[in-house]
Design a protein around this ligand. Structure first.
Ligand SMILES: [Mn+2]
Length: 263
């Protein structure tokens, strides 16, 4: 395992990650460890749902790789990285400790980040703008290949329904409605966050929660979403020059496989 760390880590001024869901079996801790060990930064923002306390209450799942993520994060703090832990809804128990600092690690419900170029961003998880907390994993699935598979399955479902004397039932209509709802939910979420950023008088917003990485411009504001480390393995980074970029870590296959063994 030692030879993977010989490459000098890539430096970013700031790194933003969200929705890691440690304690949940779907967490891609191996990829995240690879990412954390391959990069270094001055500011590391953990934009909520890092530890999935909801999930841990249901069933405890805590493999060594999840410990390693925590140890790697604390190691970074020890070596000078400022860690700003912005709480989410799956780790909302931590909201009781908002405002507290533990060495280089600070717990907050929201933060303002100023880039090297002087652009100011509101950093917030985003669940605060959920009317109803929606299962974002389901949202992601609905846009995927599964949708196609279900459409095909619909034919067979109706063959059986007909044989049983039941009326035609359109799975595709139901799913199309769901997809439309999902798209509406995402655009409402984005609009709500941009509106919140406006009230703070900042230049943009950085959030998480909906597991959908993005950098875009909306109403003259910059909307960024860190994505997640369950499915997409994405991080938002601020370069040394102060520009924002999205990284898709699964694209970097070179040293990932070895970490999979750890997970
Ligand atoms: Mn969330």
């Amino acid at each position: 395992m030692k030879n993977i760390h010989r490459i000098e880590p890539t430096y970013y001024r700031s790194i933003f990650i969200s929705d890691v869901h440690l304690g949940f079996p779907g967490c891609s801790a191996g990829y995240l460890l690879d990412f954390l060990r391959s990069t270094r930064c001055d500011y590391l923002y953990l934009v909520g749902d890092i530890i999935d306390i909801w999930q841990m209450k249901r069933k405890l799942h805590w493999p060594q790789a999840h410990n390693d993520v925590i140890r790697t994060l604390l190691g970074k703090a020890k070596h000078g990285t400022r860690i700003i832990y912005v709480t989410g809804n799956h780790d909302e128990l931590l909201r009781d400790f908002s405002g507290m600092s533990f060495g280089n690690l600070t717990l907050v419900d929201e933060a303002i980040h100023e880039t090297r170029c002087g652009k100011r961003f509101l950093v917030i998880h985003g669940d605060q703008f959920d009317g109803v907390v929606t299962n974002s994993k389901m949202l992601a699935l609905l846009g995927s290949a599964l949708y196609e598979v279900l459409l095909k399955a619909n034919t067979w479902v109706n063959v059986i329904r007909r044989r049983c004397g039941l009326s035609y039932w359109s799975l595709s209509n139901m799913l199309k409605h769901q997809v439309k709802e999902a798209v509406k939910y995402i655009s409402n979420f984005e609009a709500a966050l941009v509106h919140e950023a406006m009230t703070h008088g900042v230049d943009g917003v950085i959030s998480g929660h909906i597991h959908r990485a993005e950098i875009t411009r909306l109403d003259n504001m910059v909307y960024c979403n860190c994505g997640d480390w369950v499915e997409s393995c994405t991080a938002l980074v601020e370069t040394h020059q102060g520009s924002m970029e999205l990284l898709h870590w699964t694209d970097k296959q070179h040293s990932i496989k070895q970490h999979d063994l750890v997970a």
